[in-house]
Ligand binder design. Structure first.
Ligand SMILES: Cc1cc2nc3c(=O)[nH]c(=O)nc-3n(C[C@H](O)[C@H](O)[C@H](O)COP(=O)(O)OP(=O)(O)OC[C@H]3O[C@@H](n4cnc5c(N)ncnc54)[C@H](O)[C@@H]3O)c2cc1C
Length: 726
């Protein structure tokens, strides 16, 4: 969700806010000036209008910031600026990076208006400063030590973090960003793509140290100059856009088939979402059967195929679904045999989600041998990806790939034929890469709020990679590619409060209690219009089936409702058995919920923080309906009494990724609306996964299917693209 904030406060309002502040005359050269500062995920802009003595109007453009973080803070920041008439504002808790960017941008505008652009930085006191910042990890703050000597940042050490419990991305930010901050002597350097939240926390730690050393962090935000060079790369057969799972698997099969391959990856590391998964579905892999099933087949593939066709309700894409079923085992074997991939067991922790008898269909990557590290959602297996990519790269001297290089558009000739890819590197250099064919592997559109709203009418909370912003799909569309089942529901299996409290305003146990109250099925559940969740059950009794039924919906959220009496009783008599048993998959914060029946004396404190962070609301039905834009009559009916105080706790679904995609045929060739293919353009992984699914429904929910598709589609596309060069 992004927004351009254009609320403008008038001088009159300013005066009423600022009271009777005395202003010097001739401080500024009257006019309108725009300054910019590096925010969480964008360049934030502040446009301020100055009279000779004061700021009379200010507009913030935070359109590139996540609305739930920076976007929501912008109005408050604007008010603070008008009140203080300077960049010395408090900022907004939970949006530190955006706040710092706004301060820097305003300071830039003030410097222009006062003609002091080249002012010296405020002097810093030497020392090593210990700081902390909320980051991606849900189990605690990131902590670090910053050494300052002779007005320079000389060392940054991260001493504690919980980001890497979920995946590798903290290490990527740490190893790449810290040297860049020190080299540029600036916290205005770009965050590392793929690790923006960890990067933001590191920058916030450095900013806090600068402030504690007596400086102003906003003076340390100058962004290093970007290159405007355009470089050409040519002589390639196959260009792979995105080196997550499906991209690097395409790269491997294209290289093995003899093609000269170039890969580009926007993030600071390969792997994408595919780096943090448990593992793929693999039907009758010979290697797995040999190792774990006495060489015997372990699933009836016809049964899987028929169930699948029944599920999607059409055989329109039968040729593709046949590949997904009948080649899932052999694709896995191909990568095991040729690129040394390794998997452990069958079934493992998770059987099929929907057909209990398919108990062996899901396998799991073998964890890194050295430390057997497991993340929250699966084993560390980037080492396997890297080894495979290295092997494929070595298959031809020409083969190459680049990280931190973001594809922006397809290059075409005058007849509209695809001739390559235009991409921009983190240092600003533009690359025009020519090749005979292009494979799109950018992992869907979970990171694109506008596209999510267009497709579903709602944004989606994410635990997946937000680098995946639909660029691949848009590139395909730009040359006439059609989409297929774009509105298949995104992958959602995890529920939590919508605004996870990552700072230490609550203890881990208090956070666990809040999550349990918000997500338990043992409460009256209210939908976003104010009605009891679902249409059949108007009695107000718990109906957990309804909750599960809509758990795949985008923007999935509902409210658990409690009356004042129920809250008072919870304080005294504790949680119910059901609520005390709630556990949060993947996004639990490490705390323990007390046993059912144990008094919760600090419940008021927990609720206060929940209300402050927009995770809960308190009021009469009338007040709640107003606050949450619900139908008052429906809400009053659902809650029971117009004069009673109620509490609504929000529960939200978190998505791994989107599923709807470009339309492809059984060779992974992108198809046009008229069904003809674009011969040298392919799409794999989530950029083509709609073809195995159904518009408006949850994705084919067998278990491991999404990851399996990266192997099947990757192998087919790489070989098909390589074949075009012959
Ligand atoms: C936490 C988690 C757990 C999961 N668990 C499972 C599981 O156990 N089993 C399963 O089947 N599925 C699982 N999934 C889903 C599965 O991971 C995905 O469906 C699959 O990894 C998608 O692969 P992909 O190659 O399409 O996307 P990715 O692996 O995400 O790769 C896309 C790549 O493209 C890059 N990129 C994006 N835009 C650009 C651009 N413009 N230029 C260059 N590069 C770009 C990205 O940085 C990324 O590296 C899980 C997902 C998550 C997030």
């Amino acid at each position: 969700m992004k927004k351009v904030l254009s609320t403008v406060l008038s001088t009159a309002m300013l005066l009423s806010l600022a009271g009777c502040s005395s202003k010097e005359t001739g401080k500024y050269t009257a006019g309108t000036y725009t300054g910019s500062g590096k925010g969480h995920s964008s360049d934030v802009k502040v446009t301020a209008t100055f009279s000779a003595s004061e700021i009379t109007k200010v507009e913030l453009d935070v359109s590139g910031e996540t609305e739930s973080i920076g976007g929501a803070a912008s109005e408050e920041l604007q008010k603070q600026i008008m009140k203080k008439q300077s960049s010395d504002i408090d900022g907004v808790t939970g949006a530190t990076e955006t706040s710092n960017a706004v301060k820097a941008a305003l300071e830039d505008a003030i410097a222009q208006a006062s003609g002091s652009e080249n002012k010296e930085k405020t002097a810093l006191k030497d020392g090593t400063y210990e700081e902390s910042a909320a980051s991606f990890g849900v189990m605690g703050l990131m902590k670090g030590e910053v050494t300052i000597k002779d007005n320079k940042i000389t060392d940054i050490k991260i001493t504690e973090e919980s980001d890497s419990l979920t995946a590798q991305w903290f290490q990527v930010a740490e190893s790449k960003l810290i040297p860049r901050i020190i080299e540029a002597q600036s916290v205005g350097v770009d965050s590392i793509t793929g690790a923006t939240t960890s990067s933001g926390a590191i920058k916030n730690i450095v900013s806090s140290a600068i402030e504690d050393a007596g400086g102003k962090s906003s003076e340390w935000m100058s962004a290093p100059e970007k290159s405007s060079e355009v470089k050409k790369i040519d002589g390639y057969d196959v260009i792979v856009v995105g080196l997550g799972g499906s991209g690097l698997l395409s790269y491997c099969s294209a290289a093995k088939a003899g093609a000269k391959v170039f890969g580009l990856e926007a993030a600071g590391e390969i792997g994408g979402n595919s780096a943090s998964v448990y593992g793929p579905m693999a039907l009758n892999s010979k290697n797995l059967a040999e190792k774990y099933n006495d060489g015997k087949d372990y699933i009836n593939e016809d049964d899987v195929y028929n169930t699948w066709i029944d599920y999607v309700g059409t055989d329109e894409k039968a040729d593709v679904i046949k590949k997904a079923v009948y080649e899932s085992g052999s694709a896995l074997d191909y990568y095991m045999n040729n690129f040394d991939f390794s998997f452990d067991g069958m079934g493992g922790l998770l059987g099929s989600f929907v057909v209990p008898s398919w108990d062996k269909e899901w396998t799991v990557y073998t964890a890194d041998e050295e430390n057997s590290k497991w993340y929250a959602f699966g084993p560390d297996h980037t080492y396997q990806f890297q080894a495979a990519l290295d092997k494929a790269k070595a298959m031809n001297d020409k083969n190459d790939y680049m990280l931190e290089l973001t594809a922006e558009e397809l290059l075409t000739d005058k007849d509209g034929n695809v001739t390559g890819v235009k991409a921009v590197s983190y240092d600003g250099t533009t690359y025009e890469i020519s090749g005979k064919s292009v494979i799109l592997a950018t992992g869907g559109f979970l990171g694109n709020d506008e596209m999510l709203k267009e497709v579903y009418g709602s944004t989606v909370k994410s635990i997946g990679d937000t680098v995946n912003d639909g660029t691949g799909i848009k590139m395909g569309q730009s040359v006439g590619g059609a989409t297929y089942a774009l509105g298949t529901l995104p992958m959602i299996h995890v529920s939590q409060i919508p605004n996870i409290i990552r700072d230490d305003s609550l203890t881990a146990d208090q956070k666990a209690i809040l999550s349990a109250i918000a997500t338990t099925t043992d409460a009256k559940e209210i939908d976003e219009t104010g009605k009891i969740l679902g249409t059949k059950d108007e009695s107000g009794t718990t109906n957990s089936e309804l909750t599960v039924g809509i758990a795949y919906a985008p923007g999935f959220h509902y409210y658990n409702a409690y009356s004042q009496e129920e809250i008072d009783s919870m304080k005294k008599n504790g949680l119910s058995e059901t609520t005390a048993a709630v556990s949060i998959f993947g996004l639990g914060q490490g705390g323990k919920v007390p046993a059912a029946g144990t008094a919760i004396e600090d419940l008021d404190q927990i609720i206060d923080v929940a209300i402050d962070t927009n995770n809960a609301w308190k009021g009469t039905p009338e007040e709640l309906a107003k606050a949450l834009n619900m139908d008052e009559e429906a809400l009053t009916k659902a809650l029971g009494d117009a004069d009673t105080t109620y509490y609504l706790f929000e529960c939200a679904g978190y998505s791994y990724g989107t599923v709807g995609s470009l339309d492809v045929d059984e060779n992974m060739n992108v198809l046009k609306e008229d069904g003809t293919s674009i011969k040298n353009l392919f799409a794999v992984g989530q950029d083509s996964e709609g073809v195995c699914n159904k518009e408006g429904e949850a994705y084919s929910p067998w278990g491991g299917q999404a990851q399996s598709w990266t192997f099947v589609s990757g192998k087919i596309a790489g070989e098909a693209a390589a074949a075009l060069t012959k």
